[in-house]
Design a protein around this ligand. Structure first.
Ligand code: ZN
Length: 132
């Protein structure tokens, strides 16, 4: 396991891409829209981890709701795992609650699931596994 990426909710990718390019001294390496989730994403490499900027593409998007409630900022922490199905079972046995227990295809060529923040100290936790 490693911290694969941190997801940051932003109002405008246009603005925040400029900001993060200056902050990190490099351009994003990928932009991707995930229609099903209602998000546009932009990725930056930081060592062996990444920053994922997330902008809502419609007002029903989870990112739109997050920003409405909490404002811009850190949205989730994503742990990279080798066997997502094994980790889901392991965590369920340990009492963790998932938003959905079935991995879905997310951005950046990954299978992803999210744990419910109420079982993880208020932090939205993503597990992701590279699709080979
Ligand atoms: Zn993510």
């Amino acid at each position: 396991m490693k911290i694969e990426h941190l997801g940051i909710a932003v109002k405008s990718l246009g603005f925040s891409d400029d900001l993060f390019a200056k902050l990190l001294g490099r351009e994003n390496y990928k932009k991707e829209i995930v229609d099903r989730e209602g998000v546009a994403t932009s990725f930056y490499r930081v060592g062996e981890s990444k920053i994922e900027l997330l902008e809502a593409t419609n007002e029903d998007s989870p990112i739109a709701k997050f920003i409405e409630k909490k404002g811009e900022g850190i949205h989730h922490i994503a742990f990279g795992v080798d066997d997502i199905l094994f980790e889901i079972e392991r965590l369920k046995k340990n009492g963790f609650i998932f938003i959905s227990e079935i991995p879905k295809q997310g951005a950046d060529n990954k299978l992803v699931v999210f744990l419910h923040p109420k079982s993880t100290n208020g932090v939205l936790v993503e597990l992701c596994q590279e699709i080979s």
